[in-house]
Write a protein that binds this ligand. Structure first.
Ligand code: ATP
Ligand code: MG
Length: 541
């Protein structure tokens, strides 16, 4: 971000130059009602990186003004995700810490004749708002006296009225061309238990009233938010001005980030989780930060991707393939390489001694020093089913077939001479011979085998589960989201990995040679679990 120019950075530069501010303070303001997703990563990165460019700082502030949907669990997850992305907030705050001050500011508005208690129902308020062409209708309660409004507002605070019975509204302009200025609701009654303040408050401020005050209290200089708040900006400025906040933040909007064939709506993600259609908020199919992490994405890849999508004033929807390219780029240098056989086919090397196992020392990466591991070779091995064909289809075929020879990585040439089939005619075992003269590195290059394939030695192989993921959504967007959920988005395969991986740790990353990049998931008893992060090559055209 340091070297990129963008419209927000330009504004910040000007504000520093003109002396309007002497430092840049931003905030990331999630509502703790779900896990963060890749769209939030854009907001996080923009806020933290821009403040950093100018030596300023960024707060993490939980915008917790809706007790019905918020939860401590989300607070924890959000903190963890922000940290994981590599950002340390200057301070961690809660909107709910400011409820008393917000209340006092609302009282000030009432005293100034700029707010009133309305007894209309939510439906009535909605109905009388008018539309772009028609002005709204003023509430019959709009002209209550300051004294009456104060008394009613205090009573609302004290729990004297039922939910929905009364609200506090700003008194602005029911004919404003901006719908947000048509006497917006500032406070509502709710008896829900708040994750932070429990049952202390019976009334809660609305986002449009709370957010500018939160920003002003923290001395936020530039309040960056996504585009849907553009029409709310006049109200934002009105609240800061009329509540007489000493510090004046400026709201600036940027475009939201979306990914094709996936969805960022927290409501929908939550539905998938609560209906058990996915394995929690960090299911690798979800575009949540937790899901991407569990899939094996790195913060560096996410960050490079976000920076590459640029910062613009329009919403953008990007192909998943672009994100995957950054992941591949990053993992190509970071992931250790190892062998996994995902679709195992047994091969018996009949001229190799029964009880002999030999080992070769192989580095985990050809270009970086990640140490090495011992690869076992013996009479019984597994290869991929796809790497064998009874009949060699053509001369370009680069795998094993009857009567022909392949090289096994780092070990020997083997030649298949027979197959064993089950009652359905399916091949369950291949019989082969090896040539001891072809041992890795000992001058066998005059003979050209049909390609090189990977394998694992059977007696020492570790059982493994491999999870493959398809897109979260299928079909076109004329359909309902839940109908578009891809019920065939998880494919599980059982195979083997080489013995050296027996002590892998959660989230260890591997390139399984010829198979793809994988991330270690929570292991089960006697079974390691790996999630496919991304294929080795893009399938994108
Ligand atoms: P909801 O779906 O509940 O409205 P939200 O996705 O807007 O939620 P918030 O917790 O309010 O979630 O978001 C925190 C911040 O992240 C906001 O400033 C919002 O503008 C920003 N943000 C959310 N989604 C995106 C996105 N897809 N791209 C860029 N910024 C986003
Ligand atoms: Mg929001």
């Amino acid at each position: 971000m340091k070297d990129q120019s963008n419209f927000i950075k330009t504004i910040m530069e000007e504000d520093l130059k003109s002396g309007k501010h002497d430092t840049i303070i931003t905030r990331f303001p999630p509502e703790p009602n779900g896990f963060l997703h890749i769209g939030h990563a854009r907001a996080i990165i923009i806020n933290f990186e821009l403040a950093k460019v100018f030596g300023g700082y960024t707060n993490l502030r939980f915008d917790d003004t809706n007790p019905e949907t918020e939860d401590e669990m989300y607070v924890k997850a959000i903190k963890r995700d922000v940290e994981w992305l590599g950002y340390t907030p200057h301070g961690i705050y809660f909107a709910s810490n400011y409820f008393d001050e917000m209340f006092e500011r609302a009282v000030l508005l009432i005293k100034k004749g700029l707010a009133y208690v309305d007894d209309q129902t939510a439906e009535e308020i909605q109905k009388t708002r008018g539309d772009i062409l028609t002005p709204g209708i003023e509430s019959p309660y709009r002209n209550r006296s300051v004294e009456e409004n104060l008394k009613l507002f205090y009573e609302m605070r004290d729990g004297k009225y039922k939910e929905g019975e009364k609200v506090l509204r700003a008194k602005i302009d029911m004919a404003s061309p901006n719908m947000n200025m048509r006497d917006p609701v500032l406070y509502r009654i709710s008896f829900a238990v708040h994750h932070n303040t429990k049952d202390k408050y019976k009334i809660y401020p609305m986002y449009d009233f709370a957010h500018p005050i939160e920003d002003a209290i923290e001395g936020i200089t530039h309040s960056l938010c996504s585009l849907e708040f553009e029409d709310h900006r006049p109200l934002y400025d009105w609240v800061v001005r009329e509540t007489e906040m000493p510090k004046v933040p400026r709201q600036i909007e940027f475009g939201r980030l979306g990914l094709k064939n996936t969805v960022m709506s927290k409501r929908f993600l939550k539905q998938l989780v609560t209906e058990n259609l996915v394995d929690g908020w960090d299911d690798p199919r979800l575009p949540t930060i937790g899901g991407l992490r569990r899939k094996g994405y790195t913060k560096e890849a996410i960050r490079s991707f976000i920076l590459a999508t640029g910062l613009s004033k329009v919403n953008s929807e990007v192909e998943v393939d672009m994100l995957e390219a950054f992941v591949r780029d990053d993992l190509q240098a970071k992931a250790k390489r190892a062998f996994a056989v995902i679709n195992p086919l047994k091969v018996t090397i009949t001229n190799y001694p029964e009880d002999k196992i030999e080992y070769v020392d192989v580095p985990y990466h050809p270009d970086f020093d990640y140490g090495s591991r011992k690869i076992a070779f013996g009479r019984n091995i597994y290869i991929e089913k796809e790497d064998f064909s009874e009949v060699k289809p053509d001369n370009k075929y680069k795998r094993l077939s009857l009567g022909n020879e392949v090289r096994l990585f780092h070990t020997y040439f083997i030649k298949a001479y027979d197959v064993i089939k089950d009652e359905n005619g399916e091949i369950i075992e291949v019989l082969a011979t090896y040539d001891p003269e072809t041992k890795s590195g000992s001058g066998f290059n005059s003979r050209k085998p049909d390609g090189t394939i990977h394998f694992v030695e059977a007696s020492q192989a570790i059982k493994a589960q491999f999870n493959f993921y398809g897109p979260l959504l299928v079909g076109d967007d004329s359909k309902d989201l839940i109908e578009r959920f891809n019920r065939d988005s998880l494919h599980i395969k059982y195979g083997f990995v080489e013995n050296a991986l027996k002590d892998v740790q959660l989230y260890d990353k591997f390139q399984f040679v010829r198979n793809g990049y994988f991330n270690t998931d929570h292991s089960k008893e006697d079974l390691l679990v790996f999630n496919e992060t991304v294929a080795l090559k893009s399938s994108y055209k």
